[in-house]
Design a protein around this ligand. Structure first.
Ligand SMILES: Cc1ncc(COP(=O)(O)O)c(C=O)c1O
Length: 448
């Protein structure tokens, strides 16, 4: 058994002055205790008790180059020694903006912020200002940050509390303290349902400023868009003068430098990026056509933020872009192959240990779930998964030296090797066997 004594002690201590003992509500869901990190190198993180884990949490996504990547660290350090932030313009912003417009098919201009939440806030504002309309269409199971304007309730093992969404046709707040009025402009629809989308847009399109979607529903099941779905979304929004926003906070710099929209060959009007953009340093971006970004350039839309585009963040993003782009982007091919191998290996081991489950993989990210189905293609199906069982599995995986998110989403970095994947699959086999044995014992005790 691994000891988590130091993490437990630190967690008890942290609650004294740090509200809830964590800095982001999701982290409190971790069992047996929210772990305290001591250090990370490559694909491996070490906790405060000295336990080492192959890391697929990757800080909830940003660590595309793994922990403390030597070149990234060196370039961040070089930027820091020159001054971190000036509140003045600097050349790094120009270079990064230009590099992003080269890499992202949908981008003629970009604007920088600090977090994915802020990037989404700006994108919505641009869409409303550009169209003169107010409503935003978003989808069940997608996550677009926690701002009042867009954070709706949806059931998730990670989220504490939260009302049932869309109760009685009304979009419900995702958190206490959120104004119900904030969501009166949000229309919540099922995703991967072209008919529901078309019906709503035909009826209400004249009041809709934007449709915002994750191009792959990474936050709930890593679900692919059905064939033709995003294309139909693109056609309808274009026809009805609605701004199409791809929220690529997860998929940006992860599905290739051009993100998911390059992978699928569909250009949104606007996209948001965050997480992997600067390899673990806080930076986000909105990118889009010059025509749309004009409301920012003209000052019609306020885009504010003290630390926006700071030198450390832009240097980190340029370095991340350089590293990921080397040798024709072979890092993406490698990451995807590792993810595919892990996903297939997990499918086999789930079945071999007598469980029913689905692993949905797209690029270097996948979602593993226990569910009595052969496929999970929409949020309704995803909601049937056994989240408690997965959470037990995640806890057993910690014991086996593998760190995974408690909701089932796994990220792969450039630093995960075949050897890591093999060790992970062996660990999963042991964790699943233990779970199966525990279930048999529990079943036996209940019958006895
Ligand atoms: C698709 C998507 N959009 C936006 C966000 C919000 O990003 P941040 O946590 O940086 O505010 C997230 C975070 O997980 C996300 O997955």
């Amino acid at each position: 058994m691994k000891a988590y004594t130091t993490s437990k002690r630190l967690f008890e201590r942290s609650g004294a002055a740090l509200a809830g003992g964590v800095s982001s509500s999701l982290r409190a869901a971790m069992r047996p205790v929210p772990l305290f990190a001591a250090s990370g190198r490559g694909a491996v993180v070490t906790d405060a008790d000295g336990n080492r884990y192959i890391d697929y949490l990757l800080a909830y996504g940003p660590l595309i180059l793994g922990h403390a990547h030597p070149e990234l660290t060196e370039r961040i350090h070089a930027a820091m020694t020159n001054g971190y932030t000036f509140g003045l313009q600097h050349e790094g912003e120009i270079e990064l903006a230009a590099r992003l417009t080269e890499a992202l098919p949908c981008a003629e201009q970009v604007a920088f912020s600090g977090s994915g939440t802020e990037a989404v806030m700006l994108a919505l504002r641009i869409a409303r200002s550009h169209t003169g309309r107010t409503k935003i269409v978003r989808f069940h199971g997608h996550y677009h940050g926690w701002s009042d304007a867009i954070f709706t309730a949806f059931p998730s093992a990670d989220m504490k509390g939260g009302a049932a969404s869309d109760a009685g046709g009304k979009t419900m707040p995702g958190t206490g303290g959120q104004s119900e009025l904030a969501l009166q402009d949000v229309i919540l629809l099922p995703w991967n349902d072209a008919v529901a989308l078309e019906e709503t847009l035909r009826a209400r399109g004249h009041e809709v400023a934007a449709v915002i979607t994750e191009p792959v529903m990474c936050n709930s099941g890593c679900i692919r868009p059905r064939d033709g779905y995003l294309e139909r979304m693109r056609e309808l929004t274009r026809e009805l003068g609605i701004v199409l926003i791809f929220d690529e906070v997860i998929t940006g710099f992860r599905f290739g430098l051009g993100g998911a929209h390059e992978r699928f060959g569909i250009a949104p009007d606007l996209m948001t990026m965050g997480k992997a953009l600067a390899g673990g340093i806080a930076l986000s971006a909105v990118a889009g056509s010059r025509e749309l970004m004009r409301v920012v350039s003209s000052g019609k839309v306020s885009h504010l933020g003290t630390l926006n585009g700071n030198c450390v963040a832009t240097a980190a993003a340029i370095a991340t872009l350089d590293i990921l782009g080397r040798n024709g982007g072979e890092a993406f091919v490698r990451m995807e192959a590792t993810a595919a191998r892990l996903a297939q290996g997990l499918r086999e081991r789930i079945a071999a240990n007598g469980f029913r489950g689905v692993v949905n993989q797209e690029g270097p990210v996948f979602h593993m779930m226990f569910i009595d189905r052969d496929a999970v293609e929409d949020f309704a199906a995803f909601s049937e998964r056994d989240g408690a069982l997965y959470s037990d599995f995640a806890e057993r995986m910690l014991e086996e030296g593998v760190l995974v998110r408690t909701n089932g989403l796994w990220y792969v970095s450039t630093e995960h090797t075949e050897a890591h994947a093999e060790a992970t699959l062996q660990a999963a086999d042991r964790a699943l066997a233990r779970l199966a044995a525990e279930r048999r014992t529990e079943g036996g005790e209940r019958r006895g």
